[in-house]
Write a protein that binds this ligand. Structure first.
Ligand code: BES
Ligand code: ZN
Length: 475
């Protein structure tokens, strides 16, 4: 039996212990957006750091202006490449709590009608379960072979779900400690069960929160309605102007600057993946893509930019009815970006649009919530080709190169601050309900994910540093 088979068998034989460790991690309610959970974020960092220390990593919990970063390092054999593994231990808020079938921080294994099982908890897929696929792969490699085939540095942050404000500064300040040949990220998904993928295109993000103020206090809507400005109405009117009803296009001036046409070759490749509109929208009770006309749902999600209203608040939305004319109304709006679209230019255009819709007696206030550019990993990258092969060995089918509608701003930071390309390999599925009630991670994603990482690390260990990243050179 080859070394790798022994390592894989070790993972299979210890799968209960692997799951128990993941459950312990999932029990920590590390919600980064909510100040009340700051100590839980610290606890999650400590839990992970203790686990990595027990595996022989030199580990540090690095304070930032916000939640800490777990930094851990273990060298590989002399001359072998070094990889930087990025993930996040923070999770999204759980609301609406009433829609969870089991408590979000009491992980359970749930059997489905077909006999397969899923891990249900907040963070199961995004991103604790995915982080632990990599940790367990490292543990099995170290236990069986006494070491890792490549050097590994972990950077596991605690602010990814709430803006990631402090990570770029951390990367810049620890640049020397973060030297590596390539970054590996496990925070993405697969196009379907049993269909491994590497994500090569991620959308950028520009987040904005706008509040429109009118009267100095809430007013009786009978006594003042008609005469007093209604900020909800002003807000809705301005927001509704952002998308053209006929073409589905976003109407901000210059919005499509830097948006590349979708090459026919890519369009054809994506068609092969077989995710048609019905497959993407059907499971959620939808049928027709709502974005730009002329693009499939997959193309709209992976390759086209958008503007989405994520939440609106204002006035009385509680039980019963209250006749009130609110003093203010606000909305949280996100723009997903592709190509070279500039988040700051789009932010400025958005603000100008809102201002243009303000009548007398109204004023707008804005809060920026992050801005990151889209990123593309060249599919000629030798490490990507090697990893595709390793994934095929594990899953028995060809791995595909996909896009992704979500955003992982650190990919851009890895490139600009550390000069690193990223390989995005993840095992999530579209029905994982990330950011939603009843988030889950398939048990098979967890188990085969860990096995996949063993194979990926093994193949990366067979080449030199240059062989991983020098495009045009045979690995
Ligand atoms: N893991 C997700 C990104 C993702 C989503 C990958 C869907 C694959 C499929 C990540 O944790 C995330 O949710 N990112 C945020 C951005 C962040 C700046 C708030 C996102 O995409 O909304
Ligand atoms: Zn994530």
């Amino acid at each position: 039996m080859s070394d790798i088979d022994v390592v894989l068998r070790r993972l299979d034989e210890t799968s209960d212990a692997c799951l128990e460790r993941l459950f312990a991690f999932l029990r920590i309610p590390s919600i980064s957006a909510q100040p009340a959970h700051a100590m839980d974020c610290q606890a999650a960092a400590e839990w992970l750091s203790a686990d990595l220390t027990s595996m022989g990593f030199a580990t540090e919990i690095c304070p930032t202006g916000g939640h800490p970063v777990v930094l851990a390092r273990r060298d590989g054999p002399a001359g072998a490449p070094h990889v930087l593994f990025y993930g996040h231990y923070d999770v999204q808020p759980v609301d609406p709590l009433a829609l969870w079938d089991s408590p979000p921080f009491e992980p359970i294994l749930k059997k489905r009608p077909d006999g397969s099982e899923e891990i249900v908890a907040r963070g199961a897929a995004d991103d604790k379960g995915q982080v632990m696929t990599f940790v367990e792969a490292c543990r099995a490699l170290i236990d069986v072979t006494g070491g890792l085939p490549v050097g590994v540095t972990f950077v596991i942050e605690g602010e990814e779900e709430s803006g990631g404000e402090h990570l770029p500064g951390f990367l810049a300040s620890r640049k020397d400690d973060l030297k590596a040949d390539i970054a590996l990220i496990c925070d993405t998904g697969m196009p379907g069960p049993g269909r491994p993928a590497i994500t090569a295109m991620l959308r950028g993000l520009c987040g904005e929160e706008v509040t429109i103020h009118a009267s100095s206090c809430d007013l009786h809507s009978g006594m003042f309605g008609n005469a007093a400005r209604n900020p909800i109405e002003v807000l809705c009117h301005a927001l509704a102007s952002l998308r053209d009803r006929d073409t589905g296009r976003i109407t901000l001036p210059g919005f499509y600057d830097g948006v590349p046409d979708l090459p026919d070759t890519l369009r054809a490749q994506w068609k092969e993946i077989g995710l048609d509109d019905a497959a993407i929208l059907g499971p959620f009770g939808l049928s027709e893509p709502g974005g730009e006309k002329g693009y499939t749902a997959l193309e709209q999600i992976w390759a086209r930019p958008t503007c989405e209203i994520n939440g609106i608040t204002g006035g009385y939305a509680g039980d019963g009815f209250k006749t009130v004319l609110p003093a203010k109304a606000s909305a949280k709006v996100s723009f997903r970006l592709v190509g070279t679209q500039d988040p700051e230019k789009i932010r400025a255009e958005f603000r100008a649009r809102i201002q243009a819709f303000l009548p007398s007696d109204c004023r707008a206030e804005f809060v920026a919530h992050g801005g990151s550019c889209a990123s593309v990993v060249p599919d000629t990258l030798p490490a990507l080709q090697l990893a595709l092969g390793a994934l095929k060995d594990e899953w028995g089918v060809e791995a595909v190169v996909t896009g992704c509608g979500g955003s992982i701003p650190v990919v851009g930071d890895m490139q600009t601050i550390l000069g690193l390309q990223s390989l995005l390999i993840g095992f999530g599925l579209d029905d994982d309900r990330i950011h939603s009630p009843n988030e889950k991670y398939d048990l098979s994603s967890f188990k085969k994910g860990a096995r996949s990482w063993v194979r990926v690390l093994q193949v990366l260990g067979h080449v030199t540093s240059e062989g991983l990243t020098e495009t045009g050179k045979k690995a």
